[in-house]
Ligand binder design. Structure first.
Ligand code: ADP
Ligand code: ZN
Length: 738
């Protein structure tokens, strides 16, 4: 298939690219940066594209490949993915093939024949295959228009996945004089980026870096109390969905797999202790929707490209933020909402700390740093996206992402913990900052332990003054102190030291906010509703369409998502297309797929509609519908419920005690309600504030000076003296007053 209808001396342009996007792939519009990148490639300017997993990198070379006269070579190290990618393209009616060591000699020869006869638009190759003299000779005699280098970070020793063969690629790309080079990667660190540009000879290349924010991932961190039960509760909300659960060790993987199957779930294990055959078999079953859940060690994931993974659970701590990001990134490539749950425990953290303590020198320092970054993320009392994206150097400044536990009001509120903090710090001061955490705690709790008595610490004025809190609660105080840089732990002797901040606090010049309660087991509100659930599509029809898809996939021996993705089936179950023309307007239905599968799916839709007296809904061809759905609040959501109670005259504190949440949470819900366009009476709002008139006018002034949208500048301007909760109340008041 060749979509360049123009003569060879004019380059294909972006309109033609859009045409291909609609006709071949059935997508409505380009995603951010895809358009710029494709435009650049079409103009034969070398390009480096950096986008997160699921960002849509493949289209950046697939569409130009269909517009260029000559061949596009795609270099990829992931042999196991090539077949799927080629199968997907074939389903879209694109002529693509691959060469790697997994092909039988006959198939290898047949592919070579296609290449010689110029029958291919795209050819996927492993780097070592491309470097073979015979292959290189063959290809350099052909008209090659583009060389795309996927997973380009493999060229960098700084990356997490260095492959020496990649180093030789730049010599090879020079052989294709007419070809534009396109490097693609999901690795964001600047060091790796420069390395790629340098090593691939893309010095003058235009670099495009997309945001690493994966908007459709719901990020949730929960204190691990009873992991099996917590996992089961979570899975019950995801019946029939595909998902991955990551565990620390092989033993845990086997145990959890067994427990889940005993509880009626459908799970298979994946770890390095299984034979190659079994691993491939289990992975295949997952990709083909024959099993819902894979319980895995970190070894799982590189070689899969399944777009409809609906959840990722971290049953144990990931190694660092980068692997956490990579692992949750395997969810929701298709853009539909997906749930990421992280079961966190301090016990897991100290296990990791134990391993770190065995290391030495630089290695130890780096590992410490990694753990600290992860702890910062886990303990953040702000939108999860701030720390996560901050790690990759991206500044996230939306006030409410609406897709993390903090922004949806699922995290515990911070309170004034100055008094217990002062007790802790003054015990440290009175023992000359020579002791570690356990000793300080023993003094505060009035312990009769040998070491306490030996140093006469039972005579201190702070001895036994901390009995109002339990050990775990004191542990939380301690974490806050470390996190807020009020104390530091000396490396060698593990003794605790005061920082200048601590001195201010001891003098009473500074307040401390933090969380002491053991975080309670959360009961999630409807906030985790996915797009699928909020779009009012017909579930019965959806189930029938899935069944059809499964049958066809089995017959052809391909994964179901290659036929149609979930988004496509959802749209079918919403618009009820009854003709080929309407079918072509559905997301993900291009000409080739309509021809190949249209009839079979139309049959299902037609007969279902007839039976149930349903009529087709018209679809305009843009995806405005999904946007409209997202904006409004569903009638049974918490913010809606709370908003209605408030409209009826209940006060914030009444609502808080009635539904069993803190007042700050109620204020959060009300803000959402108001943001969604509902109105509430302003009179009752200020009742929720504990500020004096004088303080209130200061806050008003600060808002006027720094704008009403962001709280952080106002919080800073007021020298952190007014809590976020208070600020939210005033902000809401001002919003309602207009
Ligand atoms: P990456 O290689 O960056 O991880 P992919 O190229 O596999 O991402 O794309 C992820 C998913 O998004 C695929 O299912 C793809 O079909 C889909 N996709 C890509 N671009 C678009 C677009 N413009 N509109 C709709 N879906 C798209
Ligand atoms: Zn958030």
């Amino acid at each position: 298939m060749n979509y360049s209808e123009t003569t060879t001396d004019t380059m294909p342009d972006i309109q033609q690219a859009e045409h291909v996007l609609h006709e071949v792939f059935g997508f409505e519009e380009f995603r951010s940066l895809q358009k710029d990148i494709i435009q650049n490639v079409l103009q034969k300017k070398d390009t480096l594209a950096i986008m997160p997993t699921g960002g849509g990198k493949s289209l950046c070379y697939q569409i130009p490949a269909l517009l260029f006269d000559g061949l596009t070579i795609v270099v990829s190290p992931l042999i196991s993915l090539m077949k799927d990618q080629v199968d997907q393209l074939t389903a879209y009616g694109v002529s693509a093939s691959y060469l790697n060591s997994s092909l039988s000699p006959q198939n290898y020869e047949a592919t070579l024949d296609l290449i010689r006869r110029n029958k291919l638009d795209l050819l996927y190759l492993a780097p070592e295959t491309l470097l073979k003299g015979s292959i290189l000779n063959l290809l350099s005699g052909l008209n090659v228009d583009c060389v795309a280098i996927d997973e380009a970070h493999c060229i960098s020793e700084w990356g997490h996945d260095f492959r020496p063969e990649y180093r030789q690629l730049s010599e090879v790309t020079n052989k294709f004089e007419n070809a534009v080079s396109l490097g693609l990667t999901a690795t964001a660190t600047p060091r790796v980026q420069t390395d790629i540009a340098k090593s691939l000879g893309l010095a003058d290349a235009n670099t495009f870096v997309a945001s690493f924010n994966r908007k459709n991932l719901y990020l949730d961190v929960v204190t691990k109390s009873s992991p099996l039960q917590q996992t089961i509760n979570f899975l019950r909300r995801h019946e029939g969905d595909s998902g991955i659960i990551y565990c620390f060790s092989r033993k845990q993987v086997d145990q959890l797999t067994q427990d889940l199957n005993a509880n009626g779930f459908n799970a298979l294990p994946y770890h390095a202790g299984l034979g190659e055959g079994e691993r491939v078999k289990n992975q295949d079953a997952f990709i083909r929707d024959e099993v819902d859940i894979i319980v895995a060690t970190i070894a799982f994931g590189m070689g899969i490209d399944k777009p409809d993974v609906r959840f990722v659970v971290h049953h144990d701590m990931p190694k660092n933020i980068e692997s956490y990001y990579q692992q949750i990134g395997r969810a929701g490539r298709d853009g539909l909402q997906s749930d990421c749950l992280f079961l966190f425990s301090y016990g897991d953290a100290s296990k990791i700390r134990y391993f770190i303590d065995q290391k030495t020198g630089d290695e130890q320092r780096v590992a410490e740093e990694h753990l600290q970054k992860l702890m910062d993320y886990v303990e953040a009392h702000q939108c999860r996206r701030i720390k996560l994206l901050g790690y990759f150097g991206e500044h996230y400044n939306e006030q409410n992402c609406g897709m993390c536990d903090f922004c949806t009001g699922d995290t515990p509120e911070r309170e004034n913990i100055t008094v217990p903090v002062q007790k802790f710090l003054s015990t440290m001061a009175r023992t000359e900052q020579r002791f570690g955490y356990n000793h300080i705690l023993n003094i505060l709790l009035g312990s009769r332990r040998k070491e306490v008595l030996k140093f006469n610490h039972d005579k201190l004025s702070t001895y036994g003054i901390g009995k109002e809190f339990s050990r775990p609660e004191w542990k939380q105080v301690y974490r806050e102190l470390m996190k807020q840089d009020i104390i530091v732990r000396e490396f060698e002797h593990k003794s605790l030291k005061l920082t200048p901040k601590a001195i201010k606090i001891l003098k009473g010049d500074k307040k401390v906010l933090g969380v002491i309660d053991e975080p309670v087991q959360k009961t999630r509100t409807k906030s985790s509703k996915s797009d699928i659930e909020s779009l009012d599509f017909n579930r019965d029809l959806f189930a029938l369409l899935r069944e059809k898809r499964m049958n066809l996939a089995r017959k052809q021996g391909i994964p179901p998502f290659i036929i149609f993705g979930d988004t496509t089936l959802i749209e079918m179950a919403y618009y009820y297309p009854q003709s080929k023309d309407s079918l072509l307007k559905i997301h993900g239905v291009g000409r080739a797929k309509a021809k190949k599968y249209g009839e079979k799916f139309l049959e299902v839709i037609n007969s279902f509609c007839k039976k149930n007296n349903l009529e087709e809904r018209s679809k305009s061809g843009t995806n405005q519908k999904t946007r409209a759905v997202k904006k409004t609040l569903s009638k049974d959501s918490r913010p809606f419920e709370v908003g209605q109670m408030f409209q009826k005259g209940k006060t914030v504190s009444e609502i808080a005690s009635e539904i069993g949440v803190k007042e700050g949470t109620v204020v959060g819900y009300l803000s959402k309600f108001v943001k969604a366009g509902h109105s509430v009476p302003s009179d009752n709002i200020l009742e929720a504030s504990g500020l004096s008139d004088e303080e209130m006018s200061k806050v008003h002034k600060a808002f006027d000076e720094h704008g009403h949208e962001l709280l952080r500048p106002v919080f800073d301007a007021l020298k952190e003296e007014v809590s976020y909760d208070e600020l939210r109340v005033i902000q809401l008041y001002m919003r309602v007053k207009g």
